[in-house]
Every structure is written in structure tokens, then in C-alpha cells.
Design a protein around this ligand. Structure first.
Ligand code: LLP
Length: 416
């Protein structure tokens, strides 16, 4: 997170003091750097600029309208997994014909809406879904453009909860059945086959699973060709890992360069990617305030005002996320080994385990790399209103891109 640094004894994001943001907007608070988002998107785009391509940002990583609008203005397409995400990208000014629709449980209403607005492609995840899309398209007198999401059965070597390309996962169509399902798709009146796609998992830090998946896709595309089924685009999904701690990561340029080689023999094929995390994770941080410190039975707790309701990654995946004090640590500070815990009534409500910190009541802490799967996975558990989101623009400016929820927001739609 190159836009974070200590200056005059305290933490700054660009030229803005974190303590000023906390004071102005309150805590917990999500803060994103728009420059960082642009930089990451352009890294993908530049790596692909000699190739027919579309980068479909995975909306689930961070679905704030302002983030989506920024990416739409940069030319991004979008990978969506629900009608809610579709409505968000349309609201944010996206072109429907740059939207691909993934997800295993597309409902009739979702398919109708996607066909009506004219999305680029359905990433079909099962045979029954294919028939459902065909039936709806027939009824609406439309032709649905589809790709089959293939489960290539490769080990992404990532956390099991975010691994999606193994035979036992619910995602995609089995590699062995793929040709047969393509043949069936070809026979359907209101289906146009456009592509093939796969997404094998998230937070991948090794290149080999991507390359293995690409090899399997190439073999299938060749087999499809031999069966007179032509593929216009290949979509390799998302999954590029980011640095949370000291992981060695792959750059978009490295990934794209290697994959372009694999697909070089298909001159006219468009390459699609669905990156989420690597565009936004390290653009974001969560500011939180220490409500209390508690020292008992040899344990030290920094009890903060952000919890698993605001940021569930550590509780759900045991994810390690960097925690920085806003006051710059000095070598003379006395530190203790703290668990940074939230207000939620669950023992798993821990943002960070065993961190060497010097903290006091009312201090501010920052959880780094919280731009992806942070706010988008936040909930109102224990009836906490969700935090505000702020965008940093350039070195000095910032603006609210989502208001902190009010108590009225908490019970909107409920009745006595
Ligand atoms: N495409 C599809 C079909 C996906 O399912 C996903 C993520 C992506 C693209 C984007 O993957 P990315 O580039 O962000 O790795 N909540 C978890 C991550 C779940 C990822 C789900 N699918 C976490 O916080 O680590």
C-alpha cells in the first residue's frame, strides 16, 4: 500500500492524516485510494493492449457505485453474479454489453433482466441453467450469448473456501462433460455459443495453476473446433493474489504475458479476465478505534470498534491482514502481544491475532488491504450500522462515497 506512510509521527494516506479522516467521518471507516484502483486496472489493460480483450472487474470484490463508475470510465467491463450486481453496474454507468454473468444459481427473473438489458455473455454453470436460459430467450424472442464455465479440476493451491476449480466444488461444468454440453448448446434455438471460461480460485500466488487451467482450456477449444464449435472468447476468470503480508505475488503483466502465449494460436479470439481482489484489495483500509484494552490471564486484547460484521475475512478464512497503529511506533515504546478483537459477541470476532503493538484506549488502528471483500461482505450482525466509505482523490482530496448507515437503515422494511 504505497500511499500509506508515516509523517510527523502519524500515519497518512497520500497527504491526508488518517486521524483527520477518523475525526471528520467517524470510525469504523473504509477508505479507498482512487489512484491505486486506476493504477491496478491500467496494469491489466496495458498488459493486454496489443490483444483483443475485455477486463471484466469482479463486482463482488468491492461493489461501491463510485468504484464501479471509476472502472467503467476506464473502459472496464464487469463480472456479475446477481441481479443486484447487474443493477449496480447499470446504475454506475456501465455498458450492458460489457457485462458477463457468472454464478451457479441464476434465477428466472435474473436471466430475464440480463437478456432484456442485453449483457455480453452468460457464463453458464450447469446443463439445466442452459435450458432455462434458452427457454427464457425463446419466450422473449431473443438470442442468449453464452459461454460454458468449465471446471478444469486443477488445484489452485489457495484456501479451500476460495478454491473453485476442483472436481468437488459446486462451480462450473465438469471437464469430462463439457464437449457434450457444448453440443447440446449448439442444438438449442435461442442460444449462441460465444466463449469458454473458467475461474479456479482466489488469492492465487503461483502461476502454475493458471497455466494448467489454460492448457486444459486450449485442449478443449481444439476439440470444440474439431466438432465445428467455434469459440470467440476465452475468459480466464480472476484470482490473482495480492500481498497481505509477505506473499510473493504474480503481477498482471506476468500472468497476462504467460497466458497470451498459451492462446497465441487463436488469432481472433478475445481474451477476457475477471480480476477483483488485485484491483481493489490494496487500495483500501479500514480505520478503527481502540475502545478498551484488556489484560487478563496472560492475554492482552485491543478491543476495537470494527468487528467481523465490518470485515469478516480474518474470522471466516483465518486471513492475515496487516494492522498498523496510526501513531508512529517508536523503538522505545513498550509493546505487548495483542489480539485485536471487535465488539461482536462471538469468539471468532478477531481482526488480528498475536500482534506486537503498543496501544492505548482511544488510539486509532488501520487494517490494511481491506479494499476487496471488506465492505462488500459486511453485515449488520449485532445491529451495528455498516461503516461509511470514503474515496481519496489525488493527494489531498476525499469524499464520502457511502454514508454511514443510520439506525433507521437498520430496520428499514421491518414492521411492528
Ligand atoms: N470470477 C468469478 C467467477 C469469481 O467467483 C471470482 C471470485 C472472481 C472472478 C474474482 O476473483 P478475484 O480476482 O477477486 O480473486 N471472499 C473471499 C474471496 C472470494 C472470491 C469469490 N470469487 C476472500 O475474501 O478472500
Amino acid at each position: 500500500m504505497d500511499f500509506l506512510h508515516y509523517q510527523n509521527g502519524q500515519l497518512f494516506a497520500n497527504q491526508v492524516a488518517i486521524s483527520d479522516l477518523a475525526e471528520q467521518y467517524g470510525t469504523p471507516l473504509y477508505v479507498y485510494s482512487s489512484d491505486y484502483i486506476t493504477k491496478q486496472f491500467l496494469a491489466y489493460q496495458q498488459a493486454l493492449n496489443d490483444t483483443n480483450h475485455l477486463i471484466c472487474y469482479a463486482v463482488k470484490a468491492n461493489s461501491n457505485l463510485s468504484v464501479l463508475n471509476q472502472l467503467a470510465n476506464l473502459g472496464a467491463g464487469f463480472d456479475i453474479v446477481s441481479q443486484g450486481e447487474l443493477e449496480r453496474v447499470l446504475k454506475a454507468g456501465a455498458d450492458a454489453n460489457k457485462v458477463v454473468f457468472s454464478g451457479v444459481a441464476k434465477s428466472i427473473v435474473e436471466i430475464e433482466r440480463a437478456l432484456t438489458v442485453g449483457i455480453k455473455c452468460f457464463n453458464v454453470e450447469s446443463e439445466p441453467e442452459l435450458y432455462r436460459i434458452n427457454d427464457i430467450a425463446k419466450r422473449l424472442n431473443k438470442v442468449a450469448t453464452i459461454s460454458l464455465r468449465i471446471n478444469p479440476d486443477v488445484d489452485a493451491k489457495t484456501h479451500p473456501y476460495i478454491s473453485t476449480g476442483l472436481r468437488e466444488n459446486k462451480f462450473g461444468i465438469s471437464y469430462q462433460l463439457a464437449l457434450d454440453v457444448y453440443r447440446k448448446a449448439k442444438s438449442l434455438s435461442n442460444i449462441k455459443i460465444a466463449g469458454i471460461d473458467c475461474h479456479i480460485g482466489s488469492q492465487l500466488t503461483e502461476l502454475s495453476p493458471f497455466l494448467d487451467a489454460a492448457d486444459r482450456i486450449v485442449a478443449l477449444v481444439d476439440e470444440l473446433k474439431a466438432n465445428d464449435i467455434n469459440i470467440e472468447h476465452i475468459d480466464l476468470g480472476g484470482g490473482l493474489g495480492v500481498c497481505y503480508n509477505d506473499e510473493k505475488t504474480i503481477s498482471p503483466l506476468q500472468l497476462v504475458t504467460e497466458l497470451k502465449k498459451k492462446f497465441a494460436k487463436y488469432a481472433n479470439v478475445e481474451l477476457l479476465f475477471e480480476p477483483g481482489r488485485c484491483i481493489v484489495a490494496n487500495a483500501g483500509l479500514l480505520i478503527t478505534k481502540v475502545e478498551y484494552t484488556k489484560h487478563q490471564d496472560g492475554n492482552h486484547f485491543a478491543i476495537v470498534d470494527a468487528g467481523m460484521n465490518d470485515l469478516i475475512r480474518p474470522a471466516l478464512y483465518d486471513a492475515w491482514m496487516r494492522v498498523l497503529p496510526v501513531k508512529e511506533p517508536k523503538s522505545s515504546d513498550e509493546t505487548l502481544i495483542y489480539n485485536v478483537v471487535g465488539p461482536i459477541c462471538e469468539s471468532s470476532d478477531v481482526l488480528a491475532h498475536q500482534r506486537d503493538l503498543s496501544v492505548q484506549q482511544d488510539d486509532l488502528l488501520v487494517v490494511c488491504s481491506a479494499g476487496a471483500y471488506g465492505f462488500s461482505m459486511a453485515s449488520n450482525y449485532n445491529s451495528h450500522p455498516r461503516p461509511a466509505e470514503v474515496m481519496l482523490i489525488g493527494e489531498q482530496q476525499h469524499k464520502v462515497i457511502r454514508q454511514r448507515e443510520s439506525f433507521d437503515d437498520l430496520w428499514r422494511g421491518e414492521s411492528l
